[in-house]
Design a protein around this ligand. Structure first.
Ligand code: DOR
Ligand code: ZN
Length: 347
């Protein structure tokens, strides 16, 4: 019989966009209801490039938490070509910064200050390797001559493999992987390399971009891929392999910024994140593997303690609202107006 209730150690989200100001206040509750901690992305405008800025941002996140909620933001720095190696020492000595995020310039939302030429940040990567600070990679090339569906695979060949050869001890997470190629690379890599997988890449393939017409709310970076890739991701996530762990990449955008001539990349999934992962694992009869993926592999990779408290889910369907308030506008969440098969008990 398939289970109708599931209780697991409280999970963490190892890749999350919380934004700032009123938007932050609109979304933080969804994450804090489900997750004890999250790795918070630094792609604000302007980006979070220093430990001092990360600490201020951390205080704003904590101040925006709804009363009575507990949540621990794990901060990251945005790597630029002018990041000094000393910033890595400051990060190591801080108790708030846990990683550095690499955006290839132009790859996605607020990535303009990112890196154009990896060799220009080698001195920073050397310091990160030495001080064991993880590098989180948005793994796509930005070369307009490369087909958008191939940009992750080409990044692995052109940049990730040479990077790994040059800095074999560097702790790296290939974020939001979307291809069989990424699964194979990470699976074959040593334990200092990991990968996050989103719920939307486990549940949707690229057909979701064009269901009866163009679907801007299913557009994200890296873009959804064909079914064979989705199947490979689901196999990896449910395999029990500790290289792979949960990272939602939940990325709120106001509705009008997505339903636009040039719509922004990002799916909002924080409202149902754990429930959507449960659906994906349930699809392949692997609910018994959800806890390790959601609650163990991430803290083990980051060398942080696993959470002590627990969270329960039950197979009770609910209808996702058409939209959520978002700083004076609205945000259309994943599954808007449709049903999600699992609920968080007491959530
Ligand atoms: O879809 C995405 N949205 N991918 C990213 O890499 C960035 C994110 C955002 O910040 O909106
Ligand atoms: Zn992201």
């Amino acid at each position: 019989m398939t289970p109708t209730r599931l209780e697991i150690t409280r999970p963490d989200d190892w890749h999350l966009h919380l934004r700032d100001g009123e938007t932050l206040a609109s979304v933080i509750g969804h994450t804090a209801q489900r997750f004890a901690r999250a790795i918070v992305m630094p792609n604000l405008k302007p980006p979070v490039t220093t430990v001092a800025q990360a600490e201020e941002y951390r205080r704003r996140i904590l101040a925006s938490l709804p009363a009575g909620m507990r949540f621990q933001p794990l901060m990251t720095l945005y790597l630029t070509e002018s990041t000094p190696a000393e910033e890595i020492i400051r990060a190591r000595d801080s108790d708030s910064v846990f990683a550095v995020k690499y955006y290839p310039a132009g790859a996605t939302t607020n990535s303009q200050s990112g890196v154009r030429e990896l060799s220009r940040v080698y001195h920073v990567l050397e310091a990160m390797e030495k001080h064991e600070l993880p590098l989180l990679l948005h793994g796509e090339v930005t070369d307009p001559d490369i087909d958008i569906f191939d940009r992750e695979r080409v990044f692995i060949d052109r940049h990730l493999m040479p990077l790994q050869a040059r800095f074999p001890g560097l702790r790296m997470v290939l974020e939001h992987i979307t291809t069989r190629d990424a699964v194979e690379f990470v699976r074959g890599a040593p334990a200092n390399v990991g990968a996050t997988i989103t719920a939307h890449h486990l549940l949707l393939n690229r057909n979701a971009l064009f269901e009866g017409g163009i679907r801007p709310h299913n557009y994200c970076a890296p873009i959804l891929k064909r079914e064979t890739h989705r199947a490979a991701l689901l196999q990896a996530a449910t395999s029990g392999d500790p290289h792979f762990f949960l990272g939602t990449d939940s990325a709120p955008h106001p509705r009008e910024a997505k339903e636009a001539d040039c719509g922004c990349a990002g799916l909002y999934t924080a409202h149902a994140a754990l429930e959507l992962y449960a659906e994906a694992f349930d699809q392949v009869g692997s609910l018994d593997r959800l806890e390790a993926f959601a609650s163990f592999h991430g803290p083990d990779f980051y060398r942080l303690p696993r959470n002590q408290d627990r969270i329960a889910l039950e197979r009770t369907p609910w209808i996702v609202p058409d939209e959520y308030p978002l700083a004076g506008s609205t945000c259309k969440p994943m599954r808007a107006g449709e049903s999600v098969a699992w609920s968080v008990v007491g959530g």
